[in-house]
Design a protein around this ligand. Structure first.
Ligand code: SF4
Length: 265
């Protein structure tokens, strides 16, 4: 009888790099971004359509911030990924690690193995950026996370309708006492009824959960093949929506994508 060779977990990636977080609660902080391939949603405003499928290769930055990428074949074995992140993690440079995508929770089986090792090797907090529609997969990795940023998809803006999943997802995060915030992308087509309903869902779990309204960044037509014409909201719209949400949620902030202003990856 021959002994089975242990299977080394491996990651289907788009890229790994060091950058300034441009969205939500961590805006302005320095993070190592680990961007996973695959997404099961098709948001109209998606600026990451290149993540929807697994490419043959991915790119991993060698020196933080220098964009000196090396190309690796997908999937990348866990020890190789860990080693390259160790190399990026210069003393005192990074505030946290962003697990992003695509939809990173499509890789929950890999993350269960990877995240405890990632935390112990880097000593950095782990932040999950997610569409917030896969509560079962979230439950698998919750003990290995420090914070979660959940996108709340408004049907009128994203074309996706995930009310029940979002409710379950947020409740799970809140019950686990993890740090959580909600990001809502708004365009000129935002339906007031959607905004009110999302505020009620969040407030029923806890009105202290922070909400970030993010005016959509109009896309180049090549960035998302399924996209409609996306138009940013007017300043008057954003002011009135913040006022509306503050009736139920304590902390509602408006932050556009600052990394795009910096012309940063
Ligand atoms: S969840 Fe994110 S990656 Fe997926 S389609 Fe929506 S915006 Fe794009």
């Amino acid at each position: 009888m021959t002994a089975k060779t242990p299977v080394i977990p491996s990651a289907r990636l788009i890229e790994v790099f060091s950058a300034i977080q441009g969205e939500g609660h961590n805006v302005g902080t320095r993070q190592i971004f680990i961007r996973f391939a695959l997404c099961d949603l098709r948001c109209h405003f998606c600026d990451s359509a290149h993540t929807w499928h697994v490419p043959k290769t991915c790119r991993i930055e060698q020196t933080p911030g220098l964009r000196d990428f090396e190309i690796y074949s997908n999937p990348v074995p866990l020890p190789i990924l860990l080693e390259s992140i160790k190399q990026q993690n210069l003393p005192a440079l990074h505030d946290s690690i962003s697990i992003t995508g695509g939809e990173p929770l499509l890789h929950a089986a890999f993350l269960v193995e990877f995240l405890p090792q990632l935390r112990s090797v880097t000593g950095l907090p782990v932040y999950l950026e997610t569409g917030g529609h896969r509560p079962e997969e979230l439950a698998m990795i919750l003990p290995h996370l420090n914070s979660v940023g959940m996108d709340f998809k408004l049907p009128s803006v994203s074309g996706e309708s995930r009310w029940q999943e979002h409710t379950k997802f947020l409740q799970l995060c809140y019950d686990s006492q993890i740090e959580i915030f909600v990001k809502i992308i708004v365009s000129n087509k935002t339906d007031l009824a959607d905004l009110e309903r999302s505020a009620n869902v969040i407030a029923e779990i806890n009105p202290s959960i922070k909400v970030f309204l993010q005016p959509v960044t109009p896309l180049e037509s090549t960035e998302n093949p399924t996209q409609e014409i996306i138009v940013a909201p007017s300043p008057e719209q954003v002011l009135s929506w913040q006022e509306l949400m503050k009736r139920t949620i304590k902390d509602v902030r408006v932050i556009p994508q600052t990394h795009k202003m910096l012309n940063q990856l």
